[in-house]
Write a protein that binds this ligand. Sequence first.
Ligand code: HEC
Ligand code: HEC
Length: 135
Amino acid sequence: MKRTWIIVTALILIGLVSLFSHNIVFAKQKPEPSFAKNLQVLTFLKSKKELKSWMDMIKQSLGVNCSYCHNTQNFASDAKVPKRRARMMLKMLVQIRQEYFSFPDAKKPTCYTCHQGHKVPVNMPPGGFKNFSDN
Ligand code: HEC
Ligand code: HEC
């Protein structure tokens, strides 16, 4: 009799623990944001409004329209090369902002920091550098 109770109690405990850890595991997974289908870098955004503010920043920084990167009938599509290039840039920028500009009141870099309104930023002074190779 006593042994049966030990087994029953043990089984209930195991059940509770597995239920609990199941919840922990699934709570950790980020839910797919409802406002976008194909975010691979800006996964920390919480609303469509925030996403729009990032897209406006990008647009203004490069001096382009949304259609430079997007098929405006399907914003989730990665068909355009500039969008895929921009995603790499975004990954770099987000990492720089998070890792190196986390101090209080940091003026975090944006795409404008480098691009200054150009599709391809100016990365050399007029006439180039002396004794500097890109590689
Ligand atoms: C220089 C390229 C570029 C420009 C210009 C740009 N975007 Fe984006 N956009 C991106 C990239 C890259 C992503 C994906 C980001 C990611 O993977 O986290 C994206 C994602 C999006 C998404 C999410 C789509 C989905 O469902 O996954 C929307 C909506 C969007 N952009 C709207 C806009 C609008 C509106 C504009 C103009 C105001 C704009 N974008 C301008 C590069 C651009
Ligand atoms: C550290 C400086 C820097 C930052 C920050 C930066 N870029 Fe760039 N970007 C460059 C340079 C340099 C090139 C040119 C690279 C090349 O073509 O060889 C470039 C090229 C690009 C191109 C390709 C242009 C073309 O026609 O070849 C896109 C698109 C782009 N950047 C988008 C962005 C977006 C969007 C952001 C912000 C999320 C961003 N960049 C932030 C330096 C930067």
